[in-house]
Design a protein around this ligand. Structure first.
Ligand SMILES: NC(=O)c1ccc[n+]([C@@H]2O[C@H](COP(=O)([O-])OP(=O)(O)OC[C@H]3O[C@@H](n4cnc5c(N)ncnc54)[C@H](OP(=O)(O)O)[C@@H]3O)[C@@H](O)[C@H]2O)c1
Length: 344
């Protein structure tokens, strides 16, 4: 904790405590409990944000279950993204000022009235968005940018297959890929979800419960297959992704909802010269997150300002209802993002 003399905005009248949502012990949604904690103080290179809204992400569910521990130095309570306004900054911070409306990617601690953020992953809120909408952006946009464009090298006219098309990640991936001129096939678990993917701009949507996505990829691409696959499922999808891919196809793993131990046919990889890689955003060093943030602000923020990309909000609940929010996420009926609001 830093001394107050090292902080700007000494006159800011903040409470000495705040509400947070703690994980009392690994378990079901009921272990998420509101607690009172001391107000955090920003270090010399940090920002203190008054949180107006916090995004819920599937990794928060894994953290609650005890399967995704926070990195060293991060708060022990969940929350990877927030939107709000800056109330204090450390003395070395010159990129932001008190009063700025911002959204931030965090390494944890977003389910709270106030959150400490790193300036390099704190961006201005696009002028057309509310706090609720802005809180839906950082985790999904950073993840999608780094995987589709940095690692995946997606370019105009290529075919992208997005699994989980109506997930928080999927809804942004469809819009970002379309905005850059790619053609998109999305998978989802119901007709309603498929219709929503089409509404977002997907060229084709497959209900994986009633149709085979490999067949759909082949027929939609004139038997060539898809150039890039963004996969959060793993398990039985892995071999099928290799079948659905085109020559020189790239498969990017961002999660393994169906399991991470799989059997694959390596000859398929050799014959098609496939690339199968993956990434996790939270564990990446700040310098890499800063590079992603710069690209997001340069290439994606203008598209949001133009209305070409817009976060999809399924449900907004008060911070005190975090357990209900996690139940909703685990039910998987949502389309887009579930958000916690600290504003009454
Ligand atoms: N690697 C990274 O850096 C990174 C960063 C953020 C998120 N992620 C991952 O990306 C995925 C999406 O995150 P999100 O926050 O957007 O989650 P989300 O909104 O809860 O979406 C997950 C979706 O996956 C689909 N799904 C398919 N198979 C599933 C299964 N076996 N179990 C549960 N759901 C299944 C569900 O839709 P259907 O009804 O269509 O099946 C569900 O809506 C998560 O797995 C998350 O861990 C990875």
């Amino acid at each position: 904790m830093m001394k107050t003399s090292m902080m700007k905005d000494l006159n800011c009248d903040l409470p000495s405590t705040m509400n947070i949502i703690a994980i009392e012990k690994p378990g079901g949604p009921e272990v998420l409990q509101m607690q009172t904690r001391p107000m955090p103080y920003p270090g010399i290179n940090e920002i203190l944000i008054k949180v107006c809204a916090a995004g819920i992400n599937r990794p928060d569910v894994f953290q609650r279950l005890g399967k995704y521990p926070p990195p060293i130095g991060a708060p022990d309570y969940p929350g990877l993204e927030v939107a709000g306004h800056i109330v204090k900054i450390g003395t070395s911070v010159t990129s932001h000022k008190v009063g700025d409306n911002v959204c931030a990617l965090l390494s944890g601690g977003g389910y709270a009235d106030y959150a400490i953020a790193n300036p390099v992953t704190t961006l201005p809120i696009p002028s057309c968005l509310t706090y609720i909408e802005a809180a839906a952006l950082p985790e999904t946009v950073f993840t999608v940018w780094s995987n589709l464009f940095d690692i995946g090298r997606l370019v105009k006219d290529e075919w992208l297959l997005v699994h989980g098309g109506t997930s928080g990640i999927g809804t942004i991936a469809i819009q970002m890929a379309k905005a850059f001129g790619a053609k998109v096939i999305a998978t989802a678990g119901s007709e309603t979800k498929c219709q929503f993917c089409l509404k977002l701009g997907a060229d084709y949507a497959v209900n994986y419960r009633t149709s085979d996505f490999v067949d759909a990829c082949r027929s939609t691409t004139g038997q060539k297959g898809v150039n890039l696959i963004l996969d959060m499922v793993g398990g039985s999808y892995t071999a099928k992704n290799h079948e659905a891919a085109a020559m020189d196809g790239r498969i990017i793993q961002i999660a393994t909802l169906q399991g991470s131990k799989v059997e694959i046919n390596l000859s398929q990889i050799m014959k098609k010269r496939l690339w199968h890689t993956g990434s996790t955003l939270r564990s990446r060093p700040d310098i890499e997150k800063q590079t992603i943030a710069k690209s997001v602000e340069k290439y994606i923020w203008p598209l949001i300002e133009k209305g070409l990309i817009r976060p999809v909000i399924d449900t907004v609940l008060p911070l005190s209802k975090a357990a209900k929010a996690h139940r909703l996420m685990e039910k998987s009926d949502h389309i887009g993002k579930i958000i916690l609001s600290t504003e009454s």
